[in-house]
Design a protein around this ligand. Structure first.
Ligand SMILES: [Mn+2]
Length: 258
């Protein structure tokens, strides 16, 4: 039986974190532990707060993280990179480091278990504005234009601003319910259930042979067993509660990194 580590939503480099270096170091410490203790590591999206590969440059400030990832990959460690809504714009740089890129939700088999992995953004989404933004962000022509025509300095300034604004908007909505520094997607008319969780429940119903659905994106932990035995896992964020998951012979366990 193999052992797998999962982490998501570190949002490294976010303008909203006061001590960026401490956060980076914490992530690298986690990566050291995960790589030493596992067979494979899954980065489940939004590891970077804004990652966009321009034609001739990458976002600044990630040197230490990129060096750590490269070093782990060079030792032969399998590290998967599931694209999130903040770091989906990769065109070869990250795969050249050795990361295994997953752009869309994917069904994989680990330890004989059938597992759907996805970051989670856009799944079950019904809000028109978000659907349109997702379409633009995922459109290859728009991406090409952004990569080649926008000067990287301006593009990156836009990206980190967009990212911080996005967070503040979500924080504001979540504040009354969950206190500070949380970021809950309050999707479905003030009920607790997000579009993403509903999507997962529907998926489990339609694919009863699925053992696990593992996602991130909601910035809160969920661990729910459906009627036909699918375990739906949402990983907590990795900047405040430092959530992560481990899959081994005893199943999936969720922890907070100290
Ligand atoms: Mn996300």
């Amino acid at each position: 039986m193999k052992k797998y580590y999962f982490v998501g939503d570190a949002h490294l480099g976010s303008l909203l974190f006061k001590d960026k270096e401490e956060h980076d170091n914490r992530f690298i410490s986690w990566l050291d532990m995960a790589c030493a203790d596992s067979d494979e590591v899954f980065l489940m999206g939004d590891i970077f707060d804004f990652w966009f590969e321009f034609a001739h440059s990458i976002p600044p400030g990630y040197d230490k993280i990129l060096a750590a990832l490269k070093e782990k990959c060079s030792t032969g460690k399998k590290i998967h990179f599931v694209c999130g809504n903040h770091d989906q714009w990769t065109y070869g740089y990250l795969s050249n480091l050795g990361l295994i890129i997953h752009r869309k939700p994917e069904v994989i088999t680990l330890n004989g278990k059938k597992i759907l992995i996805a970051h989670g953004h856009g799944l079950g989404e019904k809000r028109k504005a978000t659907l349109i933004i997702n379409k633009i962000f995922e459109n290859s022509v728009c991406q090409w234009l952004f990569r080649h025509l926008i000067p990287p300095k301006i593009g990156i300034a836009f990206g980190i601003k967009w990212s911080a604004d996005n967070r503040k908007k979500h924080d504001k909505k979540a504040k009354n319910n969950e206190g500070e520094n949380t970021f809950i997607d309050y999707y479905s008319n003030n009920t607790e259930e997000s579009f993403q969780m509903r999507w997962a429940m529907d998926y489990a119903r339609q694919h009863p042979d699925t053992d696990y659905i593992i996602m991130a994106h909601l910035h809160r932990e969920e661990n729910r067993l459906t009627g036909n035995g699918t375990q739906i896992i949402i990983l907590d964020e990795f900047y405040n509660r430092y959530g992560y998951g481990v899959l081994d012979e005893s199943g999936m366990s969720l922890y907070n990194f100290e």
